[in-house]
Design a binder for this molecule. Structure first.
Ligand code: PHE
Length: 357
């Protein structure tokens, strides 16, 4: 019996896998196993012999069975450890980047502009891109013979043969939304109007479609000083440069009186653009006090109300802020350009989160 024990206990502890273990079980305690056969011999023994051999055989059988199940559990543990080793994962590694597209700089900047003006109490207003010549020109004090109509390189739509009404235009600026806002809500007003505008022009700084944001504030006590403060406040927040310096240059627009164009101080030293320093000036917007005739066209009494208005190039300020040299690339839909200049889709600009990160 000691031989049997030695044989099986050491074979079990050396078994390589579950199949080997099952073979050993059959050999030792299976129906025709060595221990089972020995138990059958008990019948041929004398009662005295049986009293000694019986319990000893039973104990051996138990011992082998528990060695079998202990080894089985140990094998299962080892297999699990082996598997866990291959499935190991470092959860502290950075996440794998998955591109879900990028936000176009024009969208990003429109959001930034909207966030800043919203903080100053401006609501967003919109108007159609195909506009009547009344909203685009006449209501803005640009009559039919006015040279500004030609200057703006307007795109006209077709009228049917025999239809003598003036053609609609692709709006040449966002200023018609001034009139639409006055009609829609009357005074007082505080709105910005971002959107697409169209002019027949094409070179490094001009594309036939581009983006503007119009600003309009009307109340009983609005002055040029308010205009200046709002624009300076905007530029400081937008360009995220403390020393931003603006220059108001007398100008002329039919729909504002007085009128001013606004330039921003910059330097081109070493071929890179820096804002707030240097001796160069870059024009970023047109502005002025809303012309009384324009207020009248919008149904607002110019004897009681005044206001300021401005129109700013969104693409232009996007180029300035993010150092993008060629406007035409904005609208080429070149994926490499978009990936380079685009913004992460989940990184939306907000005043509390930071406008551009
Ligand atoms: N509409 C003008 C332009 O497109 C800009 C402007 C808007 C100027 C409002 C004055 C007031 O050039």
């Amino acid at each position: 019996m000691d031989d049997l024990r030695d044989k099986y206990i050491s074979a079990i502890s050396g078994a390589a896998d579950e199949a080997a273990l099952e073979d050993l079980r059959v050999q030792a305690v299976g129906k025709k196993g060595e221990v089972s056969l020995k138990m059958r011999e008990l019948g041929k023994m004398t009662p005295e012999e049986r009293q000694v051999a019986g319990p000893a055989l039973n104990a051996l059988k138990d011992e082998i069975n528990s060695a079998l199940s202990a080894k089985k559990a140990a094998l299962a543990d080892a297999a699990l450890n082996e598997r866990l080793k291959t499935e190991w994962l470092d959860v502290s590694l950075p996440a794998r980047e998955r591109r879900v597209g990028t936000i176009h700089p024009v969208s990003q900047v429109s959001e930034e502009v909207t966030a800043i003006f919203a903080d100053m109490g401006f609501a967003v207003a919109e108007g159609p891109q195909i506009e009547s010549d009344w909203y685009n020109f006449d209501a803005l004090n640009i009559p039919g013979h006015h040279p500004a109509r030609a200057e703006m390189d307007t795109f006209y739509t077709h009228r049917a043969e025999g239809d003598n009404r003036p053609p609609h235009v692709l709006r040449t600026h966002t200023s018609p939304v001034q009139i639409r806002s006055m009609e829609a809500q009357g005074a007082p007003i505080r709105v910005i109007c971002p959107g697409r505008v169209y002019r027949a022009d094409y070179d490094q700084t001009h594309t036939p479609m581009f983006h503007q944001v119009e600003g309009l504030a009307i109340d009983t006590d609005i002055s040029m000083a308010n205009l200046k403060w709002v624009l300076e406040e905007f530029c400081r927040a937008f360009f995220e440069v403390d020393g931003v310096e603006l220059r108001f240059r007398a100008s002329h627009f039919p729909f504002t009186e007085p009128s001013a164009e606004v330039d921003i101080r910059c330097s081109w030293e070493g071929g890179t653009l820096k804002l707030g320093e240097g001796d160069d000036w870059l024009e970023i917007l047109g502005s002025g006090m809303v012309h009384p005739k324009v207020l009248e066209a919008g149904g607002i009494d110019p004897a009681k109300y005044q206001g300021f208005a401005f129109g700013m190039g969104i693409d232009r300020i996007a180029m300035l802020k993010y150092g993008i040299p060629d406007l035409r690339a904005f609208f080429d839909s070149d994926l490499r350009w978009l990936r380079h200049y685009g913004f992460a889709a989940l990184d939306q600009p907000s005043l509390q989160g930071g406008l551009s990160r």
